[in-house]
Design a protein around this ligand. Structure first.
Ligand code: ATP
Ligand code: MG
Length: 263
């Protein structure tokens, strides 16, 4: 039996797939919108993850099924300790599950080498952490240039794209600021620009505004959702903010270790 073709057919999504608007970021993220929308871009299949704590074992994720289609935005809303970060790390190939499979664009990633997985992470996946994780000794624009240069882009091309993205996110006058010379909201916007710098197909954000005040958080989220829609990237965003979750195409939670659709 061809496992890949049989299990790559979860129920079709009912959510709309917004088309790319003609904004600067969309041009370079065009690969995401050009993707085959009949298959999920990321598919977590039968994912289980447990942690051993002394003599007991915590089963955090139990046979999780989650398929996300190109251009779709999914809010992951679940209580603290439910396994949101664990799920995002597994989907982002930062951590491996104990069992199950993560398909990225139809490719079973557990069968790949570390080098191949790293390549997928660099080209197809962007990750935004709760705390920005920017490199403190580099400026905003350099932080956004780095992933592109690691991927092999020329410095001038990386600079143009980084400046364009940061301008799009309202940071045109902050390009040369180091992280410590930026506000919390500005740091998170730089982190968002860095995550999408290589025009990923999948954007994973782990409570990206968790450490910001409500107004700043809403402003950063506004930019993030605008960018997600404009670029056609598929996004899974962990958040506690239900107003923000309401703006996404879908809302899911983690209940007794399984991912369930809300509403
Ligand atoms: N490396 C680890 N070893 C042992 N237990 C762990 C490990 N990582 C996570 N856990 C446990 O797994 C559970 C889920 O953790 P996770 O960080 O995924 O939760 P979360 O939903 O992101 O929570 P929060 O909203 O607080 O960020 C927690 O109870 C945590 O203690
Ligand atoms: Mg977490």
């Amino acid at each position: 039996m061809d496992e890949k073709t049989t299990i790559m057919e979860p129920a079709p999504s009912t959510a709309a797939t917004p088309s790319a608007a003609s904004v600067p970021v969309a041009a370079t993220a065009a690969t995401a919108t050009a993707a085959d929308t009949s298959h999920p871009i990321v598919f977590l299949h039968a994912i289980s993850r447990r942690f051993r704590q002394g003599r007991s074992t915590l089963e955090i994720l139990k046979s999780v099924e989650l398929a996300v289609w190109p251009s779709q935005s999914v809010a992951l809303v679940a209580p603290s300790g439910a396994g949101k970060s664990t799920l995002l790390h597994i989907a982002g190939l930062l951590e491996q599950a104990d069992s199950g499979e993560v398909y990225v664009n139809g490719v079973a990633t557990s069968k790949l080498t570390d080098v191949q997985r790293t390549r997928i992470r660099r080209t197809d996946i962007g990750f935004v952490y709760q705390f920005h994780h920017l490199l403190p000794e580099f400026s905003a624009v350099e932080n956004v240039m780095l992933p592109q240069m690691i991927r092999g882009l020329k410095k001038s091309e990386a600079l143009n794209r980084a400046a364009e993205l940061l301008s799009y996110l309202g940071l045109k006058d902050r390009l040369t600021h180091r992280p410590a010379e930026l506000s919390g909201g500005e740091q998170q916007r730089v982190a968002i620009a860095r995550a999408v710098a290589n025009a990923p197909r999948i954007l994973l954000a782990d409570e990206p505004t968790g450490n910001l005040d409500q107004r700043t958080s809403e402003r950063v989220f506004g930019t993030l959702t605008q960018l997600v829609r404009a670029s056609g990237v598929a996004a899974i965003i962990a958040t506690h903010n239900l107003d923000i979750a309401a703006q996404m195409d879908r809302r899911v939670t983690i209940r007794e270790g399984g991912v369930v659709e809300l509403e």
